[in-house]
Design a protein around this ligand. Structure first.
Ligand code: ZN
Length: 101
């Protein structure tokens, strides 16, 4: 039998497959143009922050120069923890949160 921690991980994986990262980036306040943020949310660089399977800034001196998924991106932008980002993603994807039952 799966515990809640495992169920939570599975729910997050489903949500990530369901919600495009680009859509999620917009949802958490990043203005996009094509598959780029208009301005990198970390260094404000124009056309440097790419969002596809993962999101990252291509400026080597930027704190956003690391591959981020839905959770990592929200944590970095909002300064929240894993659970806060995960809960928000599940709510947005309309997937039942195992911790809310
Ligand atoms: Zn940047």
């Amino acid at each position: 039998m799966s515990n809640k921690y495992e169920l939570y991980g599975e729910a997050i994986a489903r949500a990530k497959a369901q919600v495009k990262l680009l859509e999620w980036a917009e949802k958490i306040g990043i203005e996009t143009r094509g598959s780029y943020a208009r301005h990198c949310p970390f260094c404000q660089g124009k056309g440097k922050f790419h969002i596809r399977e993962t999101a990252r800034c291509y400026s080597s001196s930027c704190s956003g120069n690391k591959a981020m998924d839905h959770i990592g991106l929200m944590r970095a932008i909002k300064g929240c923890d894993f659970r806060q980002a995960g809960d928000a993603l599940l709510e947005y994807a309309n997937i039942r949160n195992p911790y809310h039952s």
